[in-house]
Design a protein around this ligand. Structure first.
Ligand code: FAD
Length: 443
């Protein structure tokens, strides 16, 4: 009578409070499945969010990747130019922020000083700025923006192309083996903070060692592990069911694969870790949810321009509606407990950012185009969320204040950052929703 069905193991440990947060799994399940998921599902069909600009040809900066994806379906179909809304073609004029090198002020400070010495009347505060200096200031601003970023931004990269995300859904691709493991290994081994007593021969981190890490380090690990859990949930939820190759992939049958899900997440198959990984999925969900509420004043004033007035208006209204629901969530993640004041905290924040940037670069080593596309999009989305939470630029926004153009400029997010943020959150929302399907299938 008390025997818990063995099949239910992935879920019986998945209840109660979410680590580092004050809310629990059931609250998120209900909030997501009933309120967020249906809204995001229709929002992500809109043109503004559908086209993502990305360079999938960047070589892996860390090793030579000679992998081949196991399936033909790994390939990406880039968008024919005529399918891209006119308004989006115009965004290419945005400038790529200079890559972090020496601060431009170093390069320009001598010149700037020379300009200033011309105005030496003692009390006179000259507020005019020469055209030349204005250009320099813009460059400084762009530099500051670039150093706030948690990712390298592809948008203005000359080789970047628009990809229609609806034509290239994230699902099972067969990408696995040495190449996939090398990417995950390198993420956990070199780019996640590691507990001191973790075994050097095991690149993966055991959950019972996490208490050896400080809060910020745990947050970093849980976010990455949550992203990994989300990717693997998707490949189980949208699996190639019909293996008959004669059907051709266009006509193949896709659907949920419960065995695959249990293989990846049941405690028996994962040394007890599966439920912790799923818990981390809820954690990253809360991180991105909080970022959205923090950036709400900015997003509410965004035009979502694609050149089609009525579509753009619908998108704007759908975003407002989504954000009003997100604001009603009772128990948001509290990022103010992180990176508190001390000099050491600043150093930690710097490391956090560097580690994360490295992870976004590792995405260029993913040896399957479709996985690379979604890997890049989701890490950029998470990077944008972290920038919103920790750059300090979004701290002083209040919900009631509509942003004037000056304010807006100060908090500038590029189109691709917005697209990746909402799509990445859409992926997490979809994973939480799909977990419920698996839960039902096990009953
Ligand atoms: C960026 C990226 C994107 C991918 N996208 C896709 C895709 O769209 N479709 C597709 O079919 N495949 C995709 N893959 C491949 C997929 O994630 C797996 O790597 C592959 O299916 C092999 O799975 P595996 O069981 O060997 O374990 P992997 O998922 O490769 O995991 C390796 C090891 O990591 C540990 N681990 C597993 N999950 C977690 C977690 N959540 N948290 C912490 N540690 C964990 C375990 O010890 C495991 O043995 C992607 C891989 C990468 C790197």
């Amino acid at each position: 009578y008390f025997n818990v069905d063995k099949q239910d193991h992935c879920f019986c440990q998945l209840s109660g409070a979410i680590d580092e947060c004050s809310c629990n799994i059931d609250t998120v399940d209900y909030f997501n499945n009933v309120k967020i998921y249906p809204r995001l599902k229709s929002l992500l069909l809109k043109d503004y969010f559908r086209f993502y600009k990305v360079n999938l040809k960047r070589p892996c900066p860390f090793w030579i990747d000679d992998s081949k994806c196991a399936m033909k379906d790994c390939h990406i179909k880039p968008c024919p130019p005529e399918d891209i809304p006119d308004g989006l073609k115009g965004t290419e004029k945005q400038k790529r922020p200079p890559a972090a090198g020496p601060h431009p002020s170093k390069k320009y400070s001598k010149q700037a000083n020379e300009d200033c010495t011309e105005h030496h009347e003692l009390d006179y505060l000259n507020k005019t700025i020469s055209e030349k200096l204005q250009k320099e200031l813009q460059l400084w601003e762009a530099y500051d923006d670039a150093t706030d970023n948690f990712c390298d931004i592809d948008e203005s990269d000359e080789e970047a192309e628009y990809v229609d995300l609806l034509l290239n859904p994230e699902r099972f691709t067969g990408y696995s083996g040495e190449s996939a493991h090398r990417v995950w290994k390198s993420i956990y081994l070199e780019n996640c903070f590691r507990p001191k007593t973790s075994f050097s021969f095991n690149p993966y981190i055991q959950s019972n060692k996490l208490q050896e890490l400080c809060l910020e380090e745990r947050v970093f690990y849980r976010s990455i592990s949550g992203l990994h859990a989300s990717i693997n949930t998707h490949l189980c939820a949208d699996y190639l069911i019909t293996k008959d190759n004669s059907l051709g992939l266009g006509r193949a049958k896709w659907g949920a694969n419960l065995d695959e899900f249990q293989k990846r997440f049941s405690p028996e198959n994962t040394n007890g870790e599966g439920p912790n990984w799923l818990r981390n999925l809820y954690f990253i969900y809360l991180i991105e949810l909080r970022a959205l509420v923090k950036a709400a004043p900015y997003l509410e004033s965004e035009e979502f321009y694609t050149g089609n007035e009525s579509n753009d208006w619908d998108t704007k209204m759908a975003i407002k509606d989504l954000l009003s629901i997100i604001k009603s969530f009772p128990d948001h993640f509290d990022e103010t407990t992180m990176f508190r004041n001390s000099e050491q905290a600043q150093k930690l924040k710097y490391e956090f950012k560097q580690h994360f940037r490295n992870i976004t670069r590792i995405m260029d080593c993913v040896g399957c185009d479709k996985c690379r596309l979604w890997g890049k999009l989701q890490t950029q989305g998470l990077g944008t969320a972290l920038k919103i939470l920790f750059s300090g630029k979004f701290d002083s926004m209040t919900y009631n204040r509509s942003l004037d153009s000056h304010n807006k400029k100060e908090f500038q997010l590029q189109r691709n950052e917005i697209v990746s943020l909402i799509n990445a959150f859409g992926r997490l929302s979809n994973s939480v929703y799909k977990l419920d399907d698996f839960r039902q299938m096990m009953r």
